[in-house]
Design a protein around this ligand. Structure first.
Ligand code: PEP
Ligand code: MN
Length: 348
């Protein structure tokens, strides 16, 4: 958690000068917090038939927002060429998108381009989204490349990870909060903001995820909005109207984070005690798994018996449901324990 809070609002993509100006004006009038105006102009679309963005022809629209409305703008860059265009246009911020962060060569080219212009560009900060895969070192690697090029104001954006475990997930991109939390542990001075629009993928989820980010003391939010979301040329399902966005932002409760008090200390002591018991139990479970492994080997039985694991898992998922615990989380814990047990059995 850092002092400053970053808010980034605006459409997924710039579609027309009117749409850009209208959205920016409406947000400026309705919001009481300072914000950066976002609009994608080069859109990294999965499908080549989809709207690919207006391209550099939309840069003058963002210049108008900066010059006439006094609102700093941000857009996504995926190449050195995009970066150069944004610097030439005098944009205040850029972000590197989730797909680009997966490619160290592209990140390096972008970092080099920013570094070359460092002393005369108007860039005030570089935002770095997490890579699409749940790969923390790839995210920190991108941050390190930027740092090594002398770029100082780096802000991370958590936008969730392509779901691999459970395709029935309610999210477009799984939040896996433990990853941005670990990022903050590694880089305590770097702000980390959350993008609930791309995590949720649906308007109905945006407010809840934004509040969760506030509860977890993120340093700000990136939220997409469009004057008529249903006709948006990209991400139509997740964009809010400017009115909805203003309402959502006003409703978010940010907490004053006092480090600790007596009640918290007592509860933390109980957590430590419980953790100790959990680890003792995991240790005994591993020892039993090892014995099972020895027994299986002695009697030529297969190590992995899927039906048995399925039975254990189903029981736990029912238990999760009865106790109101997120089943995806329980599955991840069970998978990790099972993986460790198999490791015990094939190690011999
Ligand atoms: C976006 O912000 O519109 C976008 C393309 O995001 P991401 O890189 O998170 O998919
Ligand atoms: Mn989008």
């Amino acid at each position: 958690m850092t002092e400053q809070r970053y808010y980034i609002f605006g459409p997924c993509a710039a579609e027309s000068e009117d749409q850009v100006m209208q959205t920016a004006k409406q947000l400026k009038t309705g919001l009481s917090v300072p914000f950066i105006f976002r609009a994608g102009i080069w859109k990294p679309r999965t499908n080549p038939q989809s709207f690919q963005g207006i391209g550099e022809a939309a840069l003058p629209w963002l210049q108008r927002v900066q010059n006439e409305l006094g609102i700093s703008c941000i857009t996504e860059v995926a190449t050195a060429e995009h970066t150069q265009r944004c610097i030439d246009a005098g944009l205040h911020y850029i972000w590197i998108g989730a797909r680009t962060v997966t490619n160290p060569f592209m990140v390096q080219e972008i970092a080099d381009t920013i570094a070359v212009h460092r002393h005369k560009s108007t860039l005030k900060g570089i935002f770095v989204k997490n890579p699409v895969s749940a790969d923390l070192p790839l995210w920190t690697g991108a941050i390190e490349r930027l740092r090594k090029s002398g770029i100082e104001n780096i802000i991370a954006i958590h936008r969730g990870f392509t779901p691999t475990v459970d395709h029935s997930s309610q999210y477009r991109n799984s939040p896996i909060w433990s990853i941005p939390i670990e990022l903050r542990r590694l880089y305590p001075a770097m702000p980390v903001i959350c993008d609930p629009s791309h995590i949720g993928g649906k308007r109905e989820l945006v407010a809840t995820i934004a509040q969760q980010a506030a509860d977890l003391a993120f340093d700000g939010l990136m939220i997409e909005c469009h004057p008529t979301p249903e006709t948006a040329l990209s991400d139509a399902q997740q964009q809010l109207t400017p009115e909805e966005l203003i309402k959502t932002v006003n409703a978010i409760q940010w907490h004053e984070f006092q480090e600790t008090d007596q009640r918290l200390q007592e509860l933390r002591r109980q957590i430590d005690e419980t953790d100790e018991q959990i680890w003792q139990l995991i240790l005994s479970r591993m020892q039993i798994a090892k014995q099972i492994g020895e027994h299986k080997q002695a009697h030529n039985l297969p190590i992995l018996q899927t039906a048995r694991y399925d039975e254990i898992l189903q029981k736990r998922l029912e238990w999760a449901e009865e106790n109101g615990i997120d089943s995806e989380t329980v599955k991840q814990i069970m998978d990790a324990i099972h993986e460790a047990a198999i490791g015990q059995q094939i190690k011999r």
